[in-house]
Design a protein around this ligand. Sequence first.
Ligand code: PHE
Length: 366
Amino acid sequence: MDIPQLTDFSAASLDAAFGAVLLEAQRGKATAALDPEAFRLEWLGRKQGRLKQIGDAWFKAAPVEARKLIGQRFNALKDQIEALTTAGADGATPPGTSGFDVTLPGTTRRIGVEHPLIKTMAEIVSVFQRMGYSVGLGPEVETDFYNFESLNFPPNHPARDTQDTLVVAGQESKPLRDRLLMRTHTSPVQIRTMLEQAPPLRIVIPGKVHRNDAADATHSPVFHQVEGLCVGSDITFSDLKGTLDHAMKAFFGSAVKTRFFPSFFPFTEPSADVQISCIFCGGKGCRKCKQSGWIELLGCGMVDPAVFEAVNQRRVELGRDPVYDTRKISGFAFGMGVDRIAMMKYGISDIGLLYSGDMRFLEQFA
Ligand code: PHE
């Protein structure tokens, strides 16, 4: 080991000599990140440490008058080098010392991104917000009454079979309407909204729903829907068509066309399924639309008067006015699956990826 010699004991010369030793220690520290103990021994070891040897050499050479000055500086230097040994494991030096390696990468924190499902759901919701809809939410654990009975699915009616329901265990002692289940659609929030609010109303309801479906590339027991409900006087099927046609154009682009087919839902009459012109081929026919040029996207219809009746009846039970007078009030409702729309939009072929929590997948949406 090289011990620097000291022959000039002026203050300026001491500054330079001590500064040079500190700089060397700092450089050594920057490359010693992997073995901090070796660094400590090399510099601060009691017998063989560099500081000890430099101290001995300089004291021996110094005239008596200079020894006090050297002693003070030596203590300060020792403090500085000790500080280096306790600096962070990343090799950064404490504040006030210079010489850390500016080329080392900083400590980065990974920032999350919006999940593609949440992003898609928010975009759909905002299309309707711009048309004056407000946003409503409801519980995922529902009662039979809100999920089925009030929506005109009578007990034991076969229409219930179309929604494979996950029920909560241990509910058998309750009356059927109070039994708990995982909601199979967002439609119960239509009822909850009409119990709280008088017409006119326009509301969109995004949320998670559950069905007892085996998972495969296109099915997941948990998925997402956006529901819509518009109720007032003189609401017609034309309003429904115009609203959904506009919404599909706003979401997928103005070239998209819509068409409506007769369908069935217990809570709407008439009911329709809505198709949009294929967003992949523009309607010419391709593998994605099975050569038809159209993609089925949502269910909708005019609110069945039986739903308004159920709402009125429940409102009376709750001490509220039965304000959904079926002679004066009409409305439409619609519901769409968010997962399928997100998969189409982002070209995702397996729904399970949306629920895998796999960062390699999710990072692609950053
Ligand atoms: N709730 C229906 C479903 O999940 C969709 C729907 C909503 C249909 C509103 C018509 C009106 O299949």
